[in-house]
Ligand binder design. Structure first.
Ligand code: A3P
Length: 459
């Protein structure tokens, strides 16, 4: 069905029928929903016929063991071996795998951990643990530590950080004498549906809306490289350039020439390439809203930039933050012991920073979009956004899964698990382990979200 053909034979090869990795993800999603059969895209690429896949699945069923603590090391070893193209017996628990080989196994491990334990693992966590024993320890820790612990004085911590960020927001943004042409920014906290919104806008032929660039907070690319939590986190820029330049060698040269150039020049280069294709740059990077100073830089570097402020109910965004282990992105010393406190802190400071920036921006340069409205009334939202970004409305913005939108870059790792815009996610019911702090509830109310002071269900 996914390949748009009927009568596929048992020995027809997936690739010969026009299959590729993105289609494999969607096909596996259908298969899992229809029959509970759980295979990875790598399985499909390496066992490309129905007969081979059926044999693989039967073999996996035989090997499956209950996931008690003793089973985790064996399961991780098996998954890692599969990712490396080895038999499980061929891999000793303490055998160190060299980085290049481990990188090849990363997509399979990320996929398999999500499927088997519902556990999101991030590439930098895997690359920091080059043995199966070390990876098993990480998995076990996460499986053991899922229950939320009580945060210590979260309210005070959030209020203190809001004070600091409000003071930064009050500082005037310096203005460069010569600024870059206008660009647009999508600002949001993480898990607010920003990947979906980005991909929808990326369908517009006049908008260049690549995966997360994470540029604004850095003075140049060399410092950006040192500061990023992982190489994978920074892949959006490379993906954007591949789209614009086509050739990897050209991308390398482009990046090398600008390694120490001021960030305004990096943006200017990207904007020039986009403009040659008749496109305006739209930069969506949730990391920008972490700091009022970073947001200020948009005003400093660009002529009259426009802002799309994407919001989501705090309960739903926080639940997604915890479920996806977003604090794994923080530097080790900055990780909170309580994932719910980290999620609340993230949601509140990000949204508060954007509110503070937008207080000083004229109405014609800002628009607010609620995730809940985006998924329930996508056409109305896209019409509004196209008018705001001064481009004609285009039907392609309503087809986020139509392809050709750089969805192989960084962003929501579960984006491909949906088949279209899923309106039901606007109504997710979430029970928080404890009420929001007063500071967070205040930000929620300012954004128009109802929050029950005693408990939490998204409304
Ligand atoms: P969850 O899947 O955890 O609920 P972001 O891209 O800002 O990180 O946001 C991720 C969230 O966007 C997802 O979080 C999901 O709610 C939402 N999302 C992703 N794809 C979607 C789709 N096709 N339809 C509706 N919502 C989607």
């Amino acid at each position: 069905m996914r390949l748009g053909i009927s009568g596929v034979g048992l020995d027809d090869r997936f690739q010969d029928l026009g299959g590729h990795s993105l289609l494999a993800v969607q096909m596996l999603q259908d298969l899992r929903q229809a029959s509970g059969i759980d295979l990875s895209p790598r399985d499909v690429m390496e066992h490309p016929t129905i007969r081979q896949l059926a044999a693989l699945w039967r073999e996996g069923q035989r090997d499956a063991t209950p996931d008690d603590a003793a089973a985790v090391p064996a399961a991780v070893r098996q998954l890692l071996a599969r990712g490396l193209g080895l038999e499980a017996d061929a891999l000793a628990p303490d055998e160190e795998i060299e980085r290049e080989r481990l990188e090849q196994a990363v997509p399979h491990l990320v996929w398999a951990a999500r499927r088997r334990w519902g556990l999101p693992l991030y590439p930098h966590e895997i690359l920091a643990r080059p043995t199966s024993a070390a990876l098993a320890e990480l998995v076990q820790q996460q499986l053991d530590g899922r229950a939320p612990s009580q945060g210590e004085d979260d309210g005070a911590a959030i209020a203190r950080d809001l004070e600091t960020s409000a003071a930064a927001a009050r500082r005037r943004c310096a203005r460069l004498a010569c600024r870059n042409p206008p660009a647009a920014f999508i600002l949001s906290a993480a898990r607010s549906g920003s990947t979906l919104l980005r991909v929808m806008l990326a369908g517009h032929p006049e908008l260049f809306c690549p995966p997360e660039l994470h540029l604004l907070m850095h003075t140049d690319l060399a410092r950006r490289r040192d500061a990023l939590p992982s190489e994978h986190f920074g892949r959006g820029l490379r993906r954007a350039l591949q789209e614009l330049l086509g050739d990897d060698a050209e991308v390398d040269g482009w990046l090398e020439r600008r390694d120490e150039a001021p960030m305004a020049e990096v943006y200017a280069g990207l904007q020039r390439l986009a403009r040659e294709r008749g496109m305006t740059l739209v930069d969506k990077s949730p990391s920008y809203a972490a700091s009022a100073d970073t947001l200020c830089r948009a005003e400093e570097l660009f002529e009259a930039p426009r802002y799309v402020f994407l919001t989501r109910h705090p309960h739903a965004a926080m639940e997604s933050h915890v479920r996806n282990r977003m604090d794994a992105m923080a530097r080790p010393g900055q990780r909170s012991r309580d994932p719910w406190a980290a999620a609340e802190h993230h949601w509140t400071t990000h949204n508060r920073n954007v509110l503070a920036l937008l207080e000083r921006i004229p109405d014609r340069r800002q628009v607010r979009v609620a995730f809940e409205e985006l998924v329930q009334r996508p056409r109305a939202v896209m019409e509004r956004l196209c008018a705001f970004l001064r481009v004609p409305f285009h039907e392609a913005t309503l087809e986020p899964y139509a392809g050709g939108r750089m969805t192989d870059g960084p962003g929501d790792p579960a984006f491909h698990e949906h088949r279209g815009i899923d309106a039901s996610l606007a109504e997710v019911q979430v029970q928080l382990p404890r009420p929001l702090t007063a500071a967070s509830a205040d930000v929620a109310r300012r954004l128009g979200y109802d929050v029950d002071p005693k408990q939490g269900s998204a409304q």
